[in-house]
Design a protein around this ligand. Structure first.
Ligand code: FEO
Ligand code: CA
Ligand code: CA
Ligand code: CA
Length: 639
């Protein structure tokens, strides 16, 4: 239901002291420019952290699996998959562990203590040192949206405040504790770490938009305290141990009434939203009554999973956008660089460079505490890809270039709240739906462009060098390498692969894949050995026909970035997408998420026929879930 991308195409339609310190990005940009480009370009970010080690032989060692239309997970010979943490299982709050009811009669209050719906980005945080840290840890995962046809016993046939509350409770983020014994994983219940962040959880707003006039509402006259996080799609991790959850298509939850302002239209606000119907029972989502509430979403939110009392913080310095994910690199001199794509047709790719350097933990502070406000100050940039294979990062800084008061940006708060409008003004490159981003061991930054059926259509942007296919049904993976270090302001780019099916007659849809074919890349993750894992999200409305006729269900593949070879590792159940990936430090368990198994082509399930498309995973009402994948011999996954 919620993923109605047809609605996205109309998205064209103060000195604000942060709560931590006064910022002046324009001044800092000048200062940084004066430092010159750091030498080198060797990746020093998270993706390069060591795991198993001492391995020899080819990077990818498994035998690929064929395309599949089975309602099952298929993994290579010699591998096992185990379903864990499905939607609705209790997260493990002491004294509050309501069991999942297959007739979907769990209440909103019960859903608040249960795993959310529609799992997405995920990360494993070890608990314990050495080998113990690969057997016990926290899984922190996003829940992107809800299929209300499955969430409620009678779907949306009736509608009520209780149902809105249950839908809000099924959104957000879950933290669960997990442990492995003899190759089998289980959720630890109760756990002191178990936590849910929902569409109603109190959060702090920090950075240049905190306290801004455009962030103030009747319920929060300070503009610094928001309720909830929504449409949490991809995620990222910081070197200081926190989790970044990304608010993607937040606008769909709001009703904009009969008319919208130009700014509201630029974000895709429309009369009754995208079908969530929250505004009918929760006035906060009626933008005609609370027009600034929409400005309080679209941020990257930082969560410290190791501190069960920590309040999530919306980090506005990284810009407001339909953030797909957030990928952190580290410069040689210790600055954090956060890449994020905006998944909507003709939107942008951003990067943020922290002003300060990452600090180590001390005797009295954890790393998370030592870097608590690092993401509140820095320079936000938007990407411009030139036809000659070069590119530049354009600063989104008030007072620099066109971003003046006269142009509608009177302070940095207004720039980050109106990141899209500012990027339009600077002439940034309009992309074919940028999804996840990750970085290889040579410092190439990869980004999936999942598809764009509107490229080249009437009154829409034409093809360009970076987005070379009109009616791009298949998607691409692009990559770039910064000049100098990750904080460089120029780069070189190329197409890593154009996805497609070589057997198709339509030349533009064939692609140039070396190895197993795929379409609509979305999830992207570099494991500790440097394998680039690709996850697909062909929409259920497009699957099995047209250019996707031979692709079967969504899948996950491994790519050797040095040879370009791509090998299919896993296929998912019917009507699902595969998204999110993480591993234990020893590389012997990989966790991925299966999102929306059983999704119907209308993207809204019929509650009277919930198992019509899929009954995965337990031969009953379909449930999004995490899957733990291991080699039967206990070896490193992927070798
Ligand atoms: Fe939430 Fe762009 O997928
Ligand atoms: Ca996605
Ligand atoms: Ca997608
Ligand atoms: Ca999705």
């Amino acid at each position: 239901m919620a993923k109605d991308y047809s609605l996205m195409e109309d998205s064209n339609p103060s000195s604000n002291p942060s709560i931590h310190e006064v910022s002046d990005p324009a001044r800092r940009l000048i200062l940084r420019g004066g430092l010159g480009l750091a030498a080198g370009g060797i990746f020093s970010g998270l993706a390069g952290c060591a795991a198993g080690g001492g391995l020899s032989g080819p990077l990818i060692g498994f035998k690929s699996v064929p395309v599949s239309t089975k309602d099952a997970i298929v993994v290579p010979e010699g591998y096992t998959s185990q379903v864990m943490a499905p939607w609705g299982d209790p997260i493990g709050l002491a004294g509050n562990m309501p069991a999942f009811k297959y007739d979907a009669t769990n209440t909103a209050a019960e859903q608040e203590a249960q795993i959310g719906m529609h799992h997405d980005g995920i990360h494993f945080y070890p608990l314990g040192q050495g080998a113990e840290g690969s057997k016990r840890g926290l899984l922190v995962m996003n829940h992107e949206y809800t299929d209300d046809g499955l969430l409620h016993a009678d779907g949306m046939a009736t509608w009520s405040a209780e149902k809105v509350k249950k839908a809000q409770a099924a959104h957000g983020v879950s933290v669960i504790e997990v442990r492995e014994t003899g190759g089998t994983w289980e959720v630890v219940r109760p756990s002191r770490y178990a936590r849910r962040f929902t569409g109603n959880t109190p959060m702090t707003i920090a950075g240049p938009a905190a306290g801004h006039a455009l962030m103030k509402t009747a319920a929060d006259t300070t503009g610094t305290r928001a309720l909830g996080t929504l449409n949490n799609c991809g995620s990222g991790i910081t070197p200081w141990g926190t989790y970044l959850t990304c608010e993607e298509n937040f606008i769909g939850y709001f009703s904009g009434g009969a008319t919208q302002t130009a700014d509201e239209r630029r974000w895709g606000l429309r009369k009754d939203g995208w079908g969530y119907r929250w505004h009918e029972h929760d006035e906060r989502f009626d933008a005609t009554k609370h027009p600034n509430e929409i400005n309080r979403f679209g941020w990257i939110v930082e969560i410290d999973p190791m501190d069960p009392t920590a309040t999530p913080i919306k980090r506005t310095a990284m810009g407001r956008a339909a953030h797909e994910g957030a990928t952190v690199a580290v410069t040689k001199d210790g600055h954090a660089v956060v890449y994020s794509g905006e998944d909507a047709r003709f939107e942008y790719i951003y990067k943020f460079v922290s002003e300060r350097k990452i600090r180590p933990a001390t005797a009295t502070q954890t790393a998370a505490q030592a870097n608590r406000n690092l993401l509140d100050d820095g320079i936000l940039y938007v990407a411009k890809f030139n036809a000659d294979g070069t590119g530049e990062w354009l600063p989104l800084v008030q007072g620099i270039g066109k971003l003046t008061t006269a142009a509608g940006f009177k302070d940095q708060g207004e720039v980050v709240i109106k990141t899209r409008q500012a990027s339009d003004l600077l002439g940034a490159t309009k992309m074919d739906r940028p999804e996840w981003i990750d970085i290889d061991k040579q410092g190439w930054v990869y980004c999936t462009l999942t598809n764009n059926s509107d490229r080249g259509a009437a009154n829409r942007p034409a093809v360009d060098a970076m987005n070379p296919r009109a009616n791009n049904t298949q998607g691409n993976i692009i990559r770039w390498k910064e000049e100098g270090d990750f904080d460089g302001t120029s780069f070189r780019w190329n197409h890593f692969v154009l996805a497609g099916d070589p057997s198709l007659a339509r030349a533009e849809a064939k692609g140039n894949i070396k190895g197993d074919m795929f379409s609509c890349p979305d999830g992207l993750w570099t494991d500790s050995r440097g394998v680039l894992w690709i996850q697909t999200d062909m929409s259920t409305s497009a699957m099995g026909k047209g250019d996707l006729i031979n692709m079967g269900n969504n899948m996950m593949l491994a790519s050797d970035v040095t040879t370009g070879e791509t090998r299919r590792f896993l296929t998912g159940p019917a009507g699902c997408e595969i998204t999110g990936a993480t591993q234990t430090p020893d590389g012997r368990t990989m966790f991925i998420n299966i999102q929306h198994p059983g999704e119907s082509p209308s993207e809204k399930s019929d509650p009277t026929a919930v198992t019509k498309i899929s009954s995965w995973p337990f031969n009953n009402r379909p449930r999004s879930a995490t899957v733990a994948i291991r080699r039967k011999d206990g070896g490193i996954v992927g070798t």
